[in-house]
Design a protein around this ligand. Structure first.
Ligand code: HXC
Length: 297
């Protein structure tokens, strides 16, 4: 799909993306690159990172890859430093690395719970921690008139209520949202760094959807206001908005991009029925003396 944004909105920016070699992360890498950014990708599997870098380069996008695991602080430090050594600076950090599997709480070992929290929540914090020195206003490689950089954390909506077989992921994403708000407050104030998030709904053709079960989402589509799966493009374009100067006053927000899915509920009564019943109930209520339930009239 064609971008609604000018191709140079991220010109001169350097973006490091964890999980940037596949799924939503790769689409963000691609769209950031198409809009002028130089890209560094961090991922656990070297072959996947290498192939993503080649794809970006074939589009004329400056791209480099660094294998590493966000659970390992030494990896995080090395990758951040290598990015700055390669491009001379860092403007945008996208935390898109995540882990997921479906499991009921009683079948989930504490280590399984910890693994996902380590990847999603601790990994996000670790990357932010290692990157802050380069992202802050006046940091290495930043010109004196340049504002601070930006952090974007990929979250979810399932933890807003509760979701079956996702206790580990929901705990982790709730922590990610808290990290987003807290860093927005503290690093926004102290270092001029904006920190935002995106909470995607079900996005087609992603590892997440493959893991969470496309058939299950199919069944639920009748409850979805926009009645369809999202595309990776939807998330990447939202990321572009937040990372570009269009989002310069947006800080501490996790933007929900899910077609309204998290709000949806099964319709419990047809519309015509509501119209009819609502009038009757209203009439009864008006006729009722104060304190007498309409059912007793
Ligand atoms: C129960 C499981 C399990 C499963 C792993 N474990 N898979 N428990 N059911 N299906 C447990 C293991 O038994 C072990 O605990 C612990 O988790 C660690 O497992 P490992 O295989 O050793 O971990 P590791 O190799 O590091 O792999 C991490 C992973 C894996 C999270 C388990 O799936 C992964 O690497 N995922 C990355 C890719 C990914 O998931 N992408 C999807 C992101 S989608 P014990 O006790 O036995 O030692 C997404 C969308 C979220 O994030 C938003 C929702 C809408």
């Amino acid at each position: 799909m064609e971008s609604p944004f000018k191709p140079e909105i991220l010109k001169g920016k350097v973006a490091l993306l964890t999980g940037g070699a596949s799924g939503i992360g790769f689409e963000i890498s691609t769209q950031f690159g198409k809009h002028g950014a130089s890209i560094a990708i961090m991922g656990r599997r070297k072959s996947v990172v290498d192939s993503a870098v080649s794809s970006l380069q074939s589009l004329g996008i400056p791209a480099v890859g660094f294998p590493g695991d966000v659970r390992n602080q030494a990896d995080a430090k090395r990758v951040v430093e290598s990015t700055v050594a390669h491009y001379g600076k860092l403007d945008i950090l996208v935390n898109a690395a995540a882990g997921n599997f479906l499991v009921s709480p009683e079948d989930l070992s504490p280590n399984g719970f910890r693994t996902v929290v380590d990847i999603d929540a601790v990994g996000t914090f670790t990357m932010c921690h290692e990157a802050v020195n380069y992202l802050k206003k006046g940091g290495p490689g930043r010109s004196s008139d340049e504002s601070g950089g930006m952090i974007l954390n990929i979250s979810a909506t399932l933890h807003y209520t509760a979701a079956w077989y996702q206790i580990h992921v929901n705990a982790a994403k709730a922590a990610v949202d808290a990290i987003t708000r807290n860093l927005a407050l503290e690093w926004g104030t102290d270092y001029d760094i904006r920190v935002n998030g995106i909470a995607p709904g079900p996005i087609g053709d992603t590892p997440g959807m493959r893991k969470l079960g496309p058939d299950e989402i199919e069944t639920n589509r009748e409850y979805m206001p926009l009645f369809k799966l999202g595309e990776k493009w939807d998330i990447a374009i939202a990321a572009l908005y937040l990372a570009s100067s269009a989002g310069k006053y947006v800080n501490g927000m996790t933007l929900i991009v899910d077609g309204g899915l998290w709000l949806s509920r099964p319709r419990h009564m047809p519309k015509d029925e509501v119209k009819r019943l609502s009038r009757i109930v209203e009439k009864k209520a008006r006729a009722a003396p104060v304190g007498v339930p309409s059912s007793k009239l």
